[in-house]
Design a protein around this ligand. Structure first.
Ligand code: ATP
Length: 503
């Protein structure tokens, strides 16, 4: 809930209370007078900059929460680009001589948790600027004009703060800029959005080279497509810096940063953890290191070991372990289901199983996690089909052993359908190159069904000779609750001849 919303709810409750007093026959005039006096004092103080406008968070140049570019991992090219832009501010005398206009806005684009806020804070430290942060949602209120007034106040308070601290630079960071900077005219019932954006444009246009305090606006979004073109045009946010999910080496750097203050056991190899965490953002990785340390603390250890990290990866991906215990029959079914996934994963890509477990976490009663060899950004048809077969293998293993399926596979089927859709939309199905908009729904449905049926047939035939082995592994899994990929592989490879495994 935003502070603005809390303020509005408070106002509503206050008015309802006054109405109640009037209804009960109390004389509310003295109370109204006192409240009016305090409200006037508050607004006076806010306009003089003595109290912060709603939602604005300040960090001045010398603050214990100072962030440096060295505290940000896996974003070398984004940092390089940002630093290049900031050097204009540091060398403003030189750029003035050359007649270069000042840099007004930098837009940081990227998925959540990749370090955009950290970058803005580090930019403030780098340029020795006063830092003021807020979020797009803080400008939006029910009443027209309030947002625009807040934008004015934000710029004024940045300039005033910098002047008070004797600094030449002020940095304003607006997170979720798409809330305030969305395309104009789209909120027809809400002129408030448009007025707020207009005010932001006016403030940006007013920034000049010879201002005593130079203000730089850094904004962040993960929805650049929603932004009004007026914000993106040269002269406004004319520097766009992509802050993407980190690659494997980037993840190692981030893990190093967040384990600086944590004593690690010798078995912890950050490279191996980075390999298992493809798709994790910096925020995920920070949470991972923290959770690993919490597991070590709960076990009374004074060092964080690999086991704690593995458990923490499962927690970050799947959610917290649950106390709910399925009954014995359900547990057996879950165990067979997960063994089915793991077996096909191991067959289509040897060495790919990282863990399989039957302890409930998040929404799942059990799960099998794969280890990606390398970060992958392009997928071939073979890869996608293999992933579909891994998704189907849980339900098909249940069918092989119990002759029926359960509701536990619905999430797997959703993923399988998404993968099949991906094959079609990438032009790799029998339909050839297609566009989603012009493809009739029933045609899409037919081809998805075809792709999935084909994989179903393959998985059924592959699993058949492993019937006995699936039951054996299931019993071990029921006993141990969790198997590492290495242990699982030993159990599968024990007897190489699938025909001998048939029950
Ligand atoms: P959002 O878009 O959700 O606002 P963001 O991109 O601004 O997210 P941050 O708020 O900067 O992300 O990151 C949240 C936390 O995650 C940071 O405080 C830090 O602990 C960690 N983190 C994120 N990215 C990185 C990174 N590249 N290096 C080190 N730590 C990171």
């Amino acid at each position: 809930m935003t502070k603005g919303l809390i303020k509005e709810i408070g106002l509503g409750i206050g008015l309802a209370f006054i109405g109640f007093l009037i209804w009960k026959g109390y004389d509310v005039l003295p109370l109204m007078f006192i409240l009016g006096f305090f409200a006037a004092m508050y607004f006076l103080a806010e306009s003089k900059g003595l109290v912060k406008p709603v939602g604005v968070q300040e960090v001045t140049g010398k603050n214990t929460s100072e962030v440096y570019f060295d505290d940000i991992g896996g974003q070398a090219s984004a940092i390089k680009e940002l630093k290049e832009a900031l050097d204009f501010i540091k060398n403003y005398e030189k750029i003035k001589e050359l007649g270069i206009r000042p840099l007004k806005g930098i837009l940081l684009l990227g998925p959540p948790g990749t370090g955009k806020t950290l970058m803005a804070k580090a930019a403030a430290t780098y340029t020795d600027a006063v830092y003021i942060a807020t979020s797009g949602s803080e400008f939006i209120e029910m009443y027209a004009g309030v947002g625009a007034q807040r934008v004015r106040k934000l710029f004024k308070s940045a300039r005033d703060k910098a002047a008070k601290l004797g600094k030449n630079n002020a940095m304003i960071f607006i997170d979720e800029i798409e809330v305030v900077g969305g395309k104009r005219g789209q909120n027809s019932s809400h002129m408030e959005y448009d007025q707020t954006l207009n005010q932001l444009l006016v403030e940006m246009d007013g920034m000049k080279n010879d201002d005593s305090v130079k203000v730089l606006l850094i904004a962040a979004t993960n929805r650049a497509d929603m932004l009004d073109p007026a914000l993106m045009r040269p002269g406004r946010f004319d520097r766009h810096v992509r802050v993407d999910l980190p690659c494997k080496d980037g993840r190692v750097e981030i893990l190093k940063i967040h384990t600086r203050n944590k004593p690690l056991e010798n078995d912890v190899e950050l490279g191996a953890i980075a390999r298992e965490t493809f798709g994790f953002s910096g925020a995920h990785l920070e949470s991972l290191t923290n959770e690993a340390a919490i597991y070590a603390f709960r076990e009374g250890r004074d060092r964080v070991s690999l086991k704690h990290f593995k458990e923490a990866i499962d927690k970050v991906i799947m959610g917290e372990k649950l106390d709910k215990r399925p009954n014995a029959d359900e547990l057996k079914r879950v165990s067979i289901h997960e063994t089915g996934h793991a077996l096909i994963s191991e067959i289509v890509k040897p060495g790919s199983v990282s863990t399989l477990t039957i302890s409930p976490r998040g929404n799942a009663l059990g799960y099998m996690r794969q280890t990606p060899e390398d970060d992958t950004y392009l997928y071939t048809i073979d890869y996608l089909e293999n992933q579909i077969s891994i998704m189907l293998a849980g339900a098909l293993a249940e069918e092989l052993i119990f002759s029926n399926r359960s509701t536990g596979a619905s999430n797997d089927f959703e993923k399988a359908v998404d993968l099949a859709k991906r094959i079609i939309l990438s032009g790799m199905s029998r339909l050839g190159v297609v566009s989603e908009d012009s493809l009739p729904k029933d045609k899409m449905y037919d081809v998805i069904t075809e792709i999935i049926r084909e994989q179903e047939g393959i998985v059924q035939n592959t699993l058949l000779p492993y019937r006995k082995r699936i039951i054996e592994i299931t019993e071990i899994l029921l006993e141990q609750e969790q198997l590492s990929g290495t242990d699982f592989r030993k159990l599968v490879i024990e007897d190489d001849e699938p025909a001998e495994k048939a029950g």
